[in-house]
Design a protein around this ligand. Structure first.
Ligand code: GAL
Length: 697
């Protein structure tokens, strides 16, 4: 577990570089990411390269023993290139080019820009591919940032037609797959298919879904071309890309298939302000961020570069490439984190298995778009609060030394999986059917409920191996294919509890209603058939009433936003009904040693907690209600407790075979001050999450 920093030598006088590098090392930093926006300095004019400054920067970092993550600079094509090739710009849904003057001003489908991306990537890779300091690569920067995946350019339209021909084979097949007989939308050739924008009312949902699939495949192809070049010229060095939190414009799992390391950029306060949280949550969590926002992404990206191996956990290599150091500039409001948060976020990431946490950025820029974004240092070179906290973590890591690696070595062994499927997210975004049916939020709320129960979670792709999990939750799996249905049934047979959210299996891969209705191929295994769905405007909630079967532990629960009418087979147990019409709301059908459970609505927070607690207990996992500001993460023989709240909390691990006295608090103890952390060594073999702890909030 190491620290890193994002550094822009081109922003600072050369005389500062050596001092910067020396202070990085003193701070405990090992990795330095550079050059992702430096194209105009690398190639100031077409074909004229200036490597001198970058050579010197790399040597300066190397002289301090720092390892470099070198980037391809393709997120910021220079002005001369745009002038030469104006149609390389992406085009928005209104047909306007998205112009030069900031960043990410390119269309993934433009053949000319693709060639330029390969050319500049090759030039950088040839120059630094075998340099001893360059120990890893990053492709581009944050695909999808600033809504840049979907482009309605001529290049994209032409590419889409070719993609459709390959996917559907014939235009008849396309007409049939989409159901184009509806509203006379049948086409006679692929050339008659346009981009799904500019229509009088909504464009065809299957058309939109294929457009999104195509756009996602273009991101993958763009990235893969760079990966191939980097691997050719820099053998043995891992290739990474930095994903951005809560972005779903392209399939991150598919892009990760070409990477060695998935990294992501963690801005907990920015995400708390800019995404779907309620106003009361935004205010209460303004200076800590929602505790589960970083964790959700840590657990998502840990699953990205995993190879699917039977019985192996879905874990791959992952880093935090950009860690928020203080106030940022881009959210609706940009509060300052409480002192202690930068340290806490760093430890939280390490406990979720991050190899590296790298801060954005070494020093705040005095000019341009991000001058209001803090760094570890202020523009005058003085150290800022983020820098103090990064140094504190550096010191703690030094103190723990090799012990840390030893104790965390067995890694993370989780028994709870949450399935995240990009295609299902797109389907729900294209066809929400209710203004507040936000599929990303639903994943997040379910995840937060699991974390609030003290459970450690793997977020996995639908094709992951499910056999090691005891509790598998699919909050938004609109499309279930035969392989996923089989793997869920198999897992249930072997004892897993499978919890299916509303709308599971409600769509085919063409975004139409499956024969036999929802939940599609799981219809018989789940024992329910969805007869009708309804979205609920704010204020129109339905109360859930537990049946006699659901004894104890049930708090008053509402269903909001979405509900379904189920027809239920005779061998299905109904655990709760809707208060108004008595129809089934929560069901359970045994399957071998386990069960499949169906949730026929969007539950409120107590509802998800109660439902998942019950499923966890049926799966043999111990779930505890943690204080809302307390989160626990386990890695190897280590357990980390983080207190995000303003209150002093008390918590310690209580493994049944461990005397409390033998617990070694390496950092902190059973009393957690606000923003405090405690790292525990529990000398037992790693056990399933939730099975060995008791929480006393
Ligand atoms: C990220 C981006 C960085 C920087 C940062 C500011 O999205 O990758 O380049 O802009 O945000 O918070």
């Amino acid at each position: 577990m190491q620290l890193g920093v994002c550094y822009y030598p081109e922003h600072w006088p050369r005389e500062w570089w050596a001092d910067d590098a020396r202070r990085m090392r003193e701070m405990g930093i090992t990795w330095v990411r550079i050059a992702e926006f430096a194209w105009s300095r690398i190639e100031p004019s077409p074909g004229v390269f200036d490597w001198s400054w970058l050579d010197e920067a790399v040597e300066t970092l190397h002289a301090q023993g720092l390892k470099v993550v070198m980037c391809t600079p393709t997120a910021t094509p220079p002005k001369w290139l745009v002038d030469r090739m104006p149609d390389m710009l992406a085009v928005d849904a209104n047909g306007h080019p998205r112009g030069y003057g900031s960043r990410r001003h390119y269309c993934f489908s433009h053949a000319g820009y693709r060639a330029e991306s390969r050319r500049i990537s090759r030039a950088v890779a040839e120059r630094y591919g075998r340099h001893p300091a360059v120990a890893a690569w990053q492709t581009d920067n944050e695909y999808g940032c600033h809504d840049t995946v979907l482009s309605y350019s001529d290049a994209a339209k032409a590419g889409f037609r070719r993609w459709l021909a390959e996917r559907h084979g014939s235009v008849q097949a396309l007409n049939e797959a989409w159901g184009n007989v509806f509203w006379s939308m049948e086409v006679r050739s692929f050339d008659e298919v346009d981009a799904p924008v500019g229509t009088v009312t909504e464009a065809h949902p299957a058309h939109r879904l294929d457009w999104r699939r195509y756009a996602s495949s273009e991101v993958r192809a763009f990235n893969r071309e760079q990966c191939e070049i980097l691997r050719e010229h820099s053998p043995g060095r891992p290739v990474s890309h930095n994903y951005m939190g809560f972005f779903t414009e392209f399939d991150h799992h598919e892009v990760a298939a070409d990477l060695d390391i998935a990294t992501w950029d963690s801005y907990p306060l920015g995400f708390t302000q800019n995404f779907f949280l309620r106003a009361d949550e935004k205010a209460a969590l303004a200076r800590t961020g929602h505790p589960d926002i970083p964790a959700f992404h840590h657990d998502l990206y840990r699953g990205m570069c995993a190879s699917v191996r039977p019985g192996a956990p879905a874990h791959g290599r992952w880093w935090v490439m950009e860690q928020q150091p203080g106030p940022v500039n881009w959210a609706s409001w940009n509060p300052a984190p409480h002192n202690g948060m930068v340290r806490l976020w760093t430890w939280q990431a390490l406990a979720h298995g991050a190899e590296v946490v790298s801060y954005f950025r070494w020093r705040q820029a005095p000019w341009a778009q991000e001058q209001m974004h803090t760094g570890l240092h202020r523009p005058d070179r003085s150290v800022d609060q983020g820098g103090l906290e990064a140094s504190a973590v550096g010191e703690e890591l030094r103190r723990l030394g090799d012990r840390l690696a030893e104790l965390s070595a067995p890694g993370i062994v989780n028994r709870v999986a949450l399935v995240f499927d990009y295609a299902s997210v797109w389907m729900a975004q294209i066809q929400p059917q209710g203004a507040d049916y936000n599929p990303v939020e639903l994943h997040f709320r379910v995840y937060a409920a699991l974390r609030g129960l003290g459970l450690d979670v793997d977020i996995v792709a639908p094709h992951a191996d499910m056999s090691g999990y005891r509790l598998i939750v699919l909050p938004v799996q609109l499309h279930v294919d035969a392989a996923l249905a089989a793997s869920l049934e198999q897992a249930a047979h072997a004892g897993a509890q499978v919890v299916l959210g509303p709308r599971t299996g409600s769509k085919t891969d063409r975004l139409s209603i499956p024969e036999g209705l929802a939940p599609g191929p799981l219809r018989h295994a789940v024992g329910v058939s969805v007869q009708r769905v309804a979205s609920l405007p704010p204020g129109l909630a339905a109360t859930l009433l537990p049946t006699a079967d659901l004894a104890g532990g049930w708090t008053s629960t509402d269903v909001q936003r979405w509900r379904e009418d189920l027809a239920v087979d005779a061998d299905v147990t109904v655990e709760a009904v809707f208060g108004d019409d008595g129809r089934p709301a929560l069901t359970r059908k045994p399957c071998g040693a386990g069960a499949l459970r169906y949730v026929a609505g969007w539950l409120d927070e107590p509802g998800w907690r109660a439902t998942l607690q019950r499923a966890a207990e049926a799966a043999g996992l111990t779930a505890e209600s943690l204080h809302e500001g307390l989160r626990i993460s386990r890695i190897g023989a280590l357990t980390l407790a983080c207190n995000f709240s303003d209150a002093t909390l008390h918590w310690q691990p209580s493994a049944p075979d461990t005397e409390p006295a033998s617990c070694l608090p390496l950092i902190g103890g059973a009393t957690l001050a606000p923003r405090g952390i405690a790292l525990w060594h529990t000398p037992t073999a790693p056990s399933p999450s939730g099975a060995d702890t008791a929480a006393q909030a």
